[in-house]
Design a protein around this ligand. Structure first.
Ligand code: 3PY
Ligand code: MG
Length: 258
């Protein structure tokens, strides 16, 4: 089993970020920052299918596992990400056990699933198909996102699906779906996150969540969440620049008023 999937299943603390900038330079900078993994965001960024392979290649140079958040539930997209050499997939908006079973089917080779065999990068372009087939089911992480009112209602059935490694909570979509946005919805959203976490943990699934900053990672890790996707390369770029620009302007202002 890959250390990435093992650490995830064993619920060791893992901290990564979304990669939304469609260039290998951004991947190399992110990979060198000390993240445990990165998640290439094919759902919510302008990253194209052919670019994904180059981004994974860039992460491989730094030996940082790169998983891919696929745009939806299509088996072809899951296969494309895994054939490119992704360390796993994050499947968004899984709201029923049937959808979770379809994600397992698309991610795992028989007998667990029905993923198609192909000569992609993951199988050394066809030169190592038997080796890859022998290890892929054990190496690849399957994370599914629970982020709708329907998913919240069905969490026990979803978490019971064999072959799912991690239940990943999307607080943004969840807050919209259960009408718990903004400060007034915080308690209801937190209660929903805790309910998903407790149910998934009792089904022996690891639990992950997106956090826009590190501020409450401690609180959520005490609740049993072990896998954190912290903001994204674009968010860190914007926030880092804003702090620098602000500090520079304040310095200028202080010099003027001395
Ligand atoms: C959400 O918050 O909806 C997400 O999908 C975060 O990853
Ligand atoms: Mg979402």
């Amino acid at each position: 089993m890959s250390y990435f999937r093992r650490h995830c299943i064993e619920q060791k603390l893992l901290v990564g970020t979304f990669a939304a900038i469609p260039h290998p330079v951004a991947i190399e900078v992110t990979a060198a920052s000390g993240v445990d993994f990165l998640c290439i965001d094919w759902e919510h960024s302008q990253i194209s299918r052919d670019r994904i392979e180059d981004l994974i290649r860039a992460a491989d140079v730094h030996r940082v596992p790169a998983m891919v958040r696929v745009p939806g539930h299509a088996a072809e997209d899951i296969a494309a990400a895994l054939d490119a050499g992704a360390a796993g997939v994050l499947v968004p908006r899984v709201s029923t056990a049937e959808q979770a079973r379809a994600a397992v089917k698309a991610t795992r080779y028989p007998p667990l699933g029905a993923r198609g065999v192909g000569p992609g990068r993951a199988a050394a372009y066809g030169y190592r198909i038997p080796d890859y087939l022998a290890k892929a089911n054990a190496e690849l992480l399957l994370a599914i996102q629970v982020e709708t009112a329907e998913g919240l209602a069905n969490i026990a059935e979803i978490a019971a699906v064999d072959g799912v490694d991690l239940i990943f909570i999307g607080p943004g979509d969840l807050s919209v779906s259960i009408d718990a946005m903004g400060p007034t919805g915080k308690d209801r959203l937190d209660a929903a996150i805790r309910s998903i976490t407790t149910t998934a943990l009792s089904a022996r699934r690891a639990v992950g969540i997106f956090r826009p900053s590190a501020d409450d990672v401690g609180v959520w890790s005490q609740a049993g969440i072990s896998f954190f996707v912290l903001a994204s390369d674009t968010m860190f770029l914007g926030a880092g620049l804003a702090v620098g620009v602000d500090a520079a302007k304040q310095g200028k202002h202080a010099a003027k008023t001395e």
